[in-house]
Ligand binder design. Sequence first.
Ligand code: URA
Length: 197
Amino acid sequence: MSENQKDNLLLAIKEEVVKCRECPLYKTRTLPVIGQGNHNAQVMFIGEAPGAKEDKTGVPFCGEAGQILNLLLSSIGVKREDVYIANILKDRPPANREPAPEEVEACAPYLLKQIAVIEPRIIATLGNYSTHFILEHFGVPESHLGISQLRGKKFAVQDPLTKKHYTVIPLYHPAVAIYNRHRLDELKEDFKIIASV
Ligand code: URA
């Protein structure tokens, strides 16, 4: 797919999200957080949902967890502008509560369309929510396991509909490292796997 086609398709997804009324989160959000980065990215990071700062700016991972993500990217020599970053939920759940299953069901199709357009080689899932969703979507039998068992593993998957191949790498959510130095060290180790694939 040409760069121009990708830009147009991603713009169309953005317009769909802006107009979406499939769940009530549009009523309480400030801005939808669609995604940011390189439309030809080799690596796509998938988080959970926007937090307070993301909701105000429309930019994914621009708050405290985002600072950690930036640090982890530079630890493997990858520029943030070379990857693509998105979330399962495009709108912030009030008071940062966990995504409800019906919100994931309503919003995830936008993420799946983004993946199909960007066609990254690697899908790096950040935290339990996105890991569970992506592994389950691709029919990986280990999808029920928790992130502490899955982190740093590699799963070769194929999309049943588009037939495209990806390597999924589950990682801890960067927010776990805000107050936990040990988790930051584990994240740094796991990020090295991204650079090695
Ligand atoms: N946490 C997420 O999962 N996504 C963001 O965009 C910010 C914080």
